[in-house]
Design a protein around this ligand. Structure first.
Ligand code: SAM
Length: 193
């Protein structure tokens, strides 16, 4: 989906190219439940919910402006497979099983959120995280290894877009984004839920 399809105001949004790669790494085909943590404008989980109508999507966002914009985007796309939680992860999340978890924002709760993912992801469930800051990505890598996540993959995405400047054009760079993907290898405690 194009970025212009989503209402945004000043809420931070995962841009279309990073969204496409993150959704690809989530590997949602045949999956039943997706959780989007730090949903922002809702662009990642709304695109997933539209692309996979059988998928039950839960999104959590703590910023009131984000919550409002997600509601507006939901009204726009009229999705019946989308549940929004206005709150903070992981404390306001239910302890239920998910087949895929996307983390677009975690604040100061990265370690607890990865622990939550380790507890709730089904066997072979996918976890995908986006980072701008290297320090946060390195911290995540450590914690993922600690919880024995498998098939760890880390890519950096640099996108520059064709842009008019005066009478000419140049490639205007977006922020480089680190996309980290891993898979739950062990038996999840809540797999039977
Ligand atoms: C970069 S934005 C996510 C963009 C989003 N993926 C999109 O496409 O619009 C990060 C978001 O995470 C939210 N956030 C950060 N920590 C959070 C937490 N612990 N619980 C819930 N939301 C959180 C922020 O309020 C912010 O809106």
């Amino acid at each position: 989906m194009r970025d212009e399809e989503f209402l945004r105001n000043k809420v931070p949004m995962t841009k279309s190219e990073v969204r496409a790669i993150s959704l690809d790494k989530l590997d949602l085909s045949g999956k039943k439940r997706l959780l989007d943590i730090g949903a922002g404008t809702g662009s990642v989980s709304i695109q997933a919910a539209r692309q996979f109508p059988q998928l039950q999507v839960t999104a959590i966002e703590r910023n009131p402006q984000g919550i409002d914009i997600i509601q507006q985007n939901l009204n726009r796309f009229q999705l019946s497979n989308f549940h929004l939680i206005a709150g903070e992860a992981p404390k306001d999340l239910p302890l239920q099983a998910f087949d895929a978890i996307f983390v677009g924002g975690s604040g100061k709760h990265l370690a607890e959120i990865i622990q939550y993912a380790a507890q709730t992801l089904t066997n072979q469930g996918t976890l995908v995280l986006n980072f701008i800051l290297l320090e946060n990505a390195l911290q995540a890598q450590d914690i993922l290894e600690q919880y024995q996540f498998q098939k760890l993959e880390i890519v950096e995405i640099n996108v520059a877009k064709w842009h008019q400047l005066g009478s000419g054009h140049y490639f205007k760079p977006n922020n480089p984004t680190i996309v980290m993907a891993a898979c739950q290898g062990g038996q999840s405690k809540n797999e039977e839920n």
